[in-house]
Design a protein around this ligand. Structure first.
Ligand code: RNT
Ligand code: ZN
Length: 422
């Protein structure tokens, strides 16, 4: 059957009945889904290059692989690509910017000189498109980060340079929040670490704590800016030791009432972020998620509808955490169409959230509370083959975005007409 509005409505009506028989209110689930913003990472559009026109080499132990044509080379191209992607994704979302995407009119403005005005173009664009903005200082791809150390560097002058960058970025974040009427999450991630086994694990961490205290010294209005800190397990060239480890930042965030950012690629491959959410939220008010997909390592593959993504979404819904968790994407794949990469990843997160919102949670809880684990397992398995796709399709139809794989054709046209001409 083709995807005519009529056939989609019919399929939806049957799905609604089926879910209704399990006590699930499909209409309510769709309403809730429409209120959840996903922060799209600007850096998927240009392989984390930014507009500083520096060496063009990606630092910080990050790696983008692939050479698919059509990379955005200017703010105009990046915004056009984002507009295309957003037109294929249901709902209202956000953009996650990095400091290296400043617009400085071809003038050299160093990271410790950045001001909100250097992001005016982004603010105007975000406002015109009803998007919120999130922000990240860029502590990599820079001469002052060449040693692999920034906020924990043993040289106080280098630390001071990066502290100033961190301070300025928080203010830029607050300017975003004030201009757009929605708090900006400003996320601090640094690459600092050693390739080989250090003999002093302690001093860099003490220096990092001091640098963070300096960055966060000035309180900012939480209506405009929220601070997050992101840990990592290892990077390329920092395999043996990372200063900003999970325990380090968890402690820091708890002590200083910051958000931790849990990046799904930043843990040992068998450690699951889905299990960390309720643990961390027992102690912190809010967190940021960087949804990524590691393949064997922190590879930053495009997010897909995996078991772990479903488990994360389920945790957010079951724990009623949606208002305390900021959802952002973090991957960069240069081996496929970059607009499609955004669309695939964002749609996957939304699908996972919808799947979770359609869960007959009352019934499952009853089974669990009664010790009936047989029924819990049986129902969880049966839910996987309910007509969830029909609900998702209708959501897309009503949101005015392409249903099913139809978005791909639009992306291919854009590739032919725009991306291939770059
Ligand atoms: C790096 C972190 C960080 C970056 C972005 C570009 O491992 O995940 O979030 O991916 O800041
Ligand atoms: Zn991340």
């Amino acid at each position: 059957m083709p995807n005519t509005p009529k056939s989609l409505e019919q399929a939806f009506a049957l799905a609604q009945e089926r879910y209704g028989s399990l006590g699930v209110d499909v209409g309510l689930a769709l309403k809730r889904l429409a209120t959840i913003p996903i922060s799209l990472q600007c850096w998927q559009g240009d392989d984390v290059t930014g507009f500083e026109n520096n060496t063009g080499e990606l630092g910080g132990g990050l790696a983008v692989t692939g050479n698919y044509p059509g990379r955005a080379r200017s703010p105009q191209e990046l915004r056009a690509d984002l507009e295309k992607a957003l037109s294929l994704i249901p709902g209202r979302h956000r953009l996650n910017l990095h400091a290296c995407y400043a617009e400085t009119d071809n003038r050299k403005v160093d990271r410790n000189e950045l001001e909100p005005t250097h992001f005016q173009g982004w603010m105007d664009w975000a406002k015109a498109h009803g998007l919120g903005l999130d922000f990240n200082p860029t502590f990599f791809s820079h001469s002052q980060a060449a040693s692999g150390f920034t906020l924990s560097h043993r040289d106080a002058a280098i630390r001071a340079f990066w502290i100033e960058h961190g301070i300025r970025c928080r203010k830029i974040g607050a300017a975003f929040g004030e201009a757009l009427g929605t708090p900006c999450v400003t996320n601090q991630w640094i690459p600092d670490g050693y390739k080989d086994t250090p003999v002093d694990r302690k001093a860099p961490r003490e220096r990092l704590a001091e640098s963070l205290d300096a960055i966060f010294a000035q309180p900012l209005d939480a209506r405009f800016n929220r601070d997050a800190v992101e840990a990592k397990l290892f990077g390329i060239g920092s395999e043996s030791y990372v200063v900003g480890s999970h325990e380090f930042y968890l402690g820091y965030a708890f002590e200083h009432r910051k958000l931790v950012c849990l990046d799904t690629g930043h843990f040992h491959p068998t450690e699951m972020v889905s299990d960390k959410i309720s643990s961390v939220l027992t102690w912190l008010d809010e967190i940021l998620l960087h949804v990524s997909r590691g393949v064997r390592w922190d590879s930053d593959h495009v997010v897909t509808f995996t078991d772990e993504l479903q488990a994360i979404a389920a945790e957010l819904v079951r724990g009623q955490y949606l208002d305390r968790v900021h959802l952002g994407l973090d991957y960069f794949d240069a081996s496929i169409n970059r607009v499609a990469a955004w669309v695939i990843g964002t749609r996957a997160v939304l699908k996972a959230l919808l799947f979770a919102l359609l869960e007959p949670i009352e019934r499952l809880r009853e089974f669990e509370d009664a010790g009936d684990y047989t029924s819990r397992l049986a129902l969880l398995e049966e839910l996987k083959s309910l007509p969830f796709g029909a609900v998702w399709d209708l959501y897309c139809l009503k949101a005015g975005v392409p249903v099913g794989e139809a978005w791909l054709g639009e992306t291919k046209n854009y590739e032919r007409d725009v991306l291939m001409k770059r």
